[in-house]
Write a protein that binds this ligand. Structure first.
Ligand SMILES: Nc1ncnc2c1ncn2[C@@H]1O[C@H](COP(=O)(O)OP(=O)(O)OP(=O)(O)O)[C@@H](O)[C@H]1O
Ligand SMILES: [Mg+2]
Length: 451
């Protein structure tokens, strides 16, 4: 019988061997843990280095990827061309400041959509204009007009568009205020007080500034839809700024269907809107610009209709009756269906008698802006390059512009006798009877407009 192993017989030795094995296992586990930690640290280091490399805007080029196919390699960028990364700045969010940081100096005006005051910022001492937006009732939601005005002004940065500094709030959800740079005048209030109209050289300067703001808007696919002298501000340094973007909206080419027809204050509203179109483009702003141009010469609004029908009558009296030849799509406009259009009509009356002081180039520019057919009106860019602006007298430099006492800076305005901006709702539809009354004198003789 084989004798027992002397090792197996030795309990103390067996215990020692077991401990030794345990030790070895623990040491191995420790080594593996350290190795894993080291690998993770190296990985983190590599990621950190990659991030730092991304931040370097210099000639740092990404590592080349191994080509897997035999296709010819794409052309390498020129070594000197820096590879810039697209960086998007995220807007920062912070709570709106309270209106209580402003001290009211004087009321300026109350329009259809807001009440404007001249105020002092108590934290900086600067003078600004504060427009309290008319909001409707709590629960109706944030009104379109207010949203449009805030969004458009935030989007637009231009020397001749009023600068929106911030939006502040009052105590309730209905108290929303726009803080804007303050300008001493608006062109309507100013002209009401002027004894003589602006000089031709001054009108050129004003028109160039206003048109450059309109060009900027149209280039950014924005329609103003309420261009009129009371929405054009003027400071005492001869600079105009376009204001009141409550009616503004984006447009497209081709134009969207079903846009609101009830836009633009009546006296500045284009004929296609009055005739009921809901598909329109930047030409509606160009018509308003024509009305403003005419008003700067005459100091009085050019086409002061009492209502929509009367406005159409006044437009046709000034610019003649459209025909199939001069405005081919006019017949399809909802309010024009009841009208019988002539195939031919005398050429539109000249604007010269109404504007005896305007040069031939000036009459040409005004006639093109007040073209009945929207397709015939020039773009803002075309207006800016019109020869009218380069002939004598040249546009007056803003440094030489006259200054005027500022009503907005001192006292409450007297209420102007001009129509308000249109309220929301349906545009009126007209029948033949309505137009019959308005267009009587035009229809006479030729029987041009009738059922
Ligand atoms: N930044 C400003 N600086 C000085 N006056 C201003 C300023 N903004 C507006 N106003 C004055 O307040 C008037 C009304 O402002 P705004 O046109 O923005 O309001 P609204 O209610 O939309 O007007 P409306 O409906 O009458 O066209 C302007 O015609 C102008 O006289
Ligand atoms: Mg206004």
């Amino acid at each position: 019988m084989a004798g027992k192993s002397r090792w197996a017989d030795d309990d103390a030795d067996a215990q020692a061997r077991k401990r030794e094995k345990e030790e070895k296992r623990r040491a191995k586990a420790e080594r593996e843990r350290r190795a894993a930690e080291e690998a993770a640290a190296q990985q983190r280091q590599r990621e950190q280095e990659a991030l730092q490399a991304d931040d370097r805007p210099t000639d740092h080029r990404p590592t080349k990827r191994r080509r897997l196919s035999e296709e010819p390699a794409p052309e390498e960028p020129a070594p000197e061309a820096p590879l810039a990364l697209l960086r998007l700045t995220a807007p920062s969010w912070s709570p709106s400041r309270r209106v209580s940081i402003f001290e009211q100096l004087n009321h300026i005006d109350e329009g259809t959509y807001g009440t404007v005051s001249r105020v002092k910022d108590l934290s900086t001492g600067s003078i600004v204009a504060l427009k309290k937006l008319k909001m409707g009732r709590i629960g109706d939601g944030f009104p379109d007009m207010a949203l449009r005005e805030i969004q458009t002004l935030q989007e637009c940065r231009h020397a001749h568009i009023v600068d929106l500094k911030e939006v502040v709030v009052g105590t309730t959800l209905l108290d929303v205020y726009l803080v804007m740079e303050f300008l001493e005048h608006d062109l309507r209030a100013l002209q009401e007080d002027m004894v003589e109209p602006f000089l031709p050289s001054e009108i050129k300067t004003l028109m160039l500034q206003i048109t450059s703001a309109v060009e900027y808007l149209h280039d950014h696919w924005i329609l103003h839809r309420d261009l009129k002298p009371s929405n054009i501000l003027l400071n005492n340094r001869g600079q105009t700024k376009l204001a009141d973007f409550g009616m503004a909206r984006h447009f497209s080419s081709p134009p969207l269907a079903n846009m609101s027809q009830l836009v633009v204050t009546l006296w500045y509203r284009a004929p296609e809107l009055l005739l009921g179109t809901s598909v329109y483009d930047s030409a509606i702003d160009m018509w308003s610009l024509g009305c403003i141009f005419g008003e700067l010469f005459g100091k009085e609004p050019l086409l002061q209709g009492k209502n929509e029908v009367d406005q159409v009558g006044k437009i046709f009296a000034l610019r003649g009756t459209p025909t199939e030849a001069t405005w081919p799509s006019v017949r399809r406009l909802p309010n024009a269906r009841a009208l019988r259009l002539p195939s031919t009509a005398p050429p539109p009356p000249s604007l010269r008698p109404a504007f005896p002081l305007l040069t031939t180039a000036g009459v040409d520019l005004l006639s093109s802006l007040l073209e009945l057919n929207p397709a015939g009106r020039p773009s803002a860019t075309q207006v800016l390059t019109h020869p009218y602006f380069t002939e004598d007298p040249r546009p007056k430099s803003t440094a030489m512009f006259p200054t005027f006492p500022s009503k907005a800076g001192l006292e409450r305005r007297r209420k102007k006798l001009s129509p308000n901006a249109p309220m929301r709702g349906e545009a009126p539809r007209f029948g033949a009877g309505d137009f019959g009354a308005a267009l009587g004198p035009i229809g006479e003789g030729g029987g041009v407009w009738g059922v």
